[in-house]
Ligand binder design. Structure first.
Ligand SMILES: [Zn+2]
Ligand SMILES: [Zn+2]
Length: 251
């Protein structure tokens, strides 16, 4: 960027901050100190995922001698592997809910920047052709006005220069809320939920991704990512990785 452009864009950003001061993704108040994406003290309420982690899903495991978490040992995993940023604790739960139900899309600036910083190296190894946000049902999208996974993917697209393909996967039908179901009911509920966009193969005849990274906000038992991975692999995608903001256990 030229020096003059840089000054203008910094001034514009400063002006925006004055008019719409940035709010913290954890407390919802104006960020302290200003200029940051999260309050220094609120960051401590989040719980970054620490090693050792499951080699499949990236969830924390109890010790170095565990290669996989109990969920990944028990269930078939069609996806290759994935990573998560934070454990899904109470602060993370409130923050994720505010994004979706209170239209706090700006919080994704912090989560996007944090994902980008933390996983740049592994994303470099994966050599993905595109980022695929986990789709939500069109009626939910209309109601909410956006898909949080897609908003997140757009932020990552800029930092990693990997294109977002939002058109490949579509959500077929409204599913029963996943939190009310046990893991095998979840997968059954999701089995028919995703499919390839009917025009996808036509449009992608010159570009069909070999390696993709699914992007989502929350991973619990992994049934959503698994359902997407099955559809993608059946269509010929060779490697399916995922990145999520939060990872936790089902209630
Ligand atoms: Zn805060
Ligand atoms: Zn696992």
């Amino acid at each position: 960027m030229k020096h003059k452009d840089w000054i203008f864009s910094s001034l514009a950003q400063w002006g925006m901050e004055l008019i719409f001061p940035r709010r913290c993704p954890v407390c919802g108040q104006i960020v302290q100190p200003s200029g940051e994406l999260i309050c220094a003290t609120c960051f401590l309420q989040l719980s970054p995922v620490k090693s050792p982690v499951c080699r499949k899903c990236g969830k924390e495991v109890l010790g170095d001698h565990y290669e996989y978490c109990p969920d990944c040992m028990r269930r078939q995993r069609t996806f290759d592997s994935g990573m998560a940023l934070f454990n899904y604790n109470e602060a993370a739960r409130r923050s994720m809910a505010a994004i979706k139900y209170k239209n706090r899309r700006e919080y994704l600036d912090f989560y996007g920047a944090a994902l980008s910083r933390r996983f740049s190296k592994i994303v470099g190894h994966w050599q993905a052709d595109c980022l695929i946000p986990v789709p939500i049902h069109p009626s939910r999208r209309r109601q909410r006005g956006f898909n949080q996974a897609e908003e997140l993917a757009k932020r990552l697209e800029k930092s990693w220069n990997i294109p977002v393909c939002s058109q490949i996967l579509i959500r077929n039908r409204k599913t029963v809320p996943q939190r009310d179901l046990n893991p095998s009911e979840r997968l059954k509920n999701l089995r028919e939920a995703f499919r390839l966009h009917p025009d996808c193969c036509k449009n992608l005849v010159h570009f069909f991704p070999k390696t993709v990274i699914l992007i989502d906000d929350i991973y619990t038992t992994g049934s959503t990512i698994e359902a997407c991975a099955r559809v993608l692999k059946a269509a010929g995608v060779q490697r399916v990785y995922f990145l999520v903001v939060c990872i936790g256990t089902a209630k």
